[in-house]
Design a protein around this ligand. Structure first.
Ligand SMILES: Cc1cc2nc3c(=O)[nH]c(=O)nc-3n(C[C@H](O)[C@H](O)[C@H](O)COP(=O)(O)OP(=O)(O)OC[C@H]3O[C@@H](n4cnc5c(N)ncnc54)[C@H](O)[C@@H]3O)c2cc1C
Length: 293
């Protein structure tokens, strides 16, 4: 939806439509993630991801304010729990500085309690601008903006195939102006151009549209617990272990660790596992790998 909204903003002369296979927006990843507004700490300095993450942080807060979307800029601590983890923490701090993560600080163990009174560690990184938001709600707002700009959203429209239509100028006045047919069960729409943004189905949609299916998607899901309200005071913001860096970079998933994450409601989430899935859209059922935390 973010891509569709941006297209509508930048190309007001285009007639735009989004086809979505579910009967609501944000039914998959965008409605099942950790809800963190990332500061841009982890990505390789100089990479596009590193640049876009920091830019996205600033643009996200600006957008939330404009739209009145609730969020919490609750900050994030990345904690080295023993001396063995300090080297990796310092590498990470170096990355954060090179990436331009705003106001990021390295703090000593005795200062950790100023930020998280129940957290212990020998050193930590404090990122004050990391926050949390309900990304499903954000997606709904993108959808509303898109419709307000004249875009159409067709729900319950699962793309099964694409085809090029024959020149039918005699029967259809639009002729070959709209040569691409997007096909679903018993229905289709015609258009001039197609952009596929299918989340965990991106590789399959790329293949269907005649493009390369690489890079292939390896589906993972996060598993979360909610802290009971009488324990909610134990966590103020987001607390990450140093080893979570490995999810995004060196891929040693045996060291994923447990994340303590605020939610945009008044709950604290504990992310306990990430699991490899047999099926990209399996949010609750069987998994292909053991849990990693
Ligand atoms: C466990 C986990 C935790 C994460 N935590 C965070 C976080 O804290 N912060 C953060 O910023 N990011 C996080 N992410 C990443 C973030 O969720 C994704 O980058 C983002 O949601 C991707 O959005 P998307 O629109 O590309 O995909 P999606 O939200 O999955 O949307 C793709 C859409 O395409 C539709 N679709 C698929 N196939 C078809 C078809 N054939 N026809 C029609 N429609 C189709 C789907 O129904 C879906 O609605 C996390 C991801 C995971 C897995």
């Amino acid at each position: 939806m973010a891509t569709a909204r941006e297209l509508a903003l930048q190309h007001s002369h285009l007639k735009l439509g989004v086809v979505e296979k579910e009967n609501q927006l944000a039914f998959h990843q965008s409605g099942h993630n950790s809800g963190v507004i990332h500061g841009g700490i982890y990505y390789k300095p100089g990479s596009l991801k590193a640049k876009l993450c920091v830019e996205g942080l600033h643009l996200s807060y600006k957008y939330f304010k404009e739209e009145g979307i609730p969020y919490k800029k609750c900050g994030k601590l990345i904690v080295a729990v023993d001396d063995k983890e300090v080297g990796r923490l310092l590498d990470l701090f170096e990355r954060a500085k090179q990436n331009g993560v705003p106001d990021v600080e390295l703090i000593e163990g005795h200062d950790i309690k100023k930020y998280e009174p129940y957290c212990h560690g020998v050193k930590a990184i404090w990122s004050p601008h990391t926050g949390i938001v309900d990304w499903a709600l954000v997606t709904e707002h993108y959808g509303k903006n898109f419709r307000d700009l004249g875009g159409s959203i067709y729900l319950d429209f699962e793309v099964k195939d694409f085809s090029l239509v024959e020149d039918d100028r005699n029967e259809n006045p639009a002729g070959t102006n709209y040569p691409v047919r997007i096909i679903s069960d018993g229905k289709s729409v015609r258009c001039k151009y197609v952009l596929t943004c299918g989340g965990l189905q991106s590789d399959k949609l790329a293949k269907l549209s005649g493009c390369n299916e690489d890079p292939r998607i390896v589906p993972f899901r996060g598993e979360y617990l909610l802290l009971k309200q009488d324990k909610a005071h134990l966590v103020r913001g987001n607390i990450y272990p140093v080893s979570v860096l490995y999810i995004w970079s060196d891929i040693d998933l045996r060291e994923c660790g447990i994340l303590w994450i605020q939610t945009s409601m008044c709950f604290q989430k504990v992310a306990i596992n990430i699991c490899m899935l047999l099926d990209s859209e399996n949010h609750h059922g069987e998994i292909a790998s053991p849990a990693y935390s």
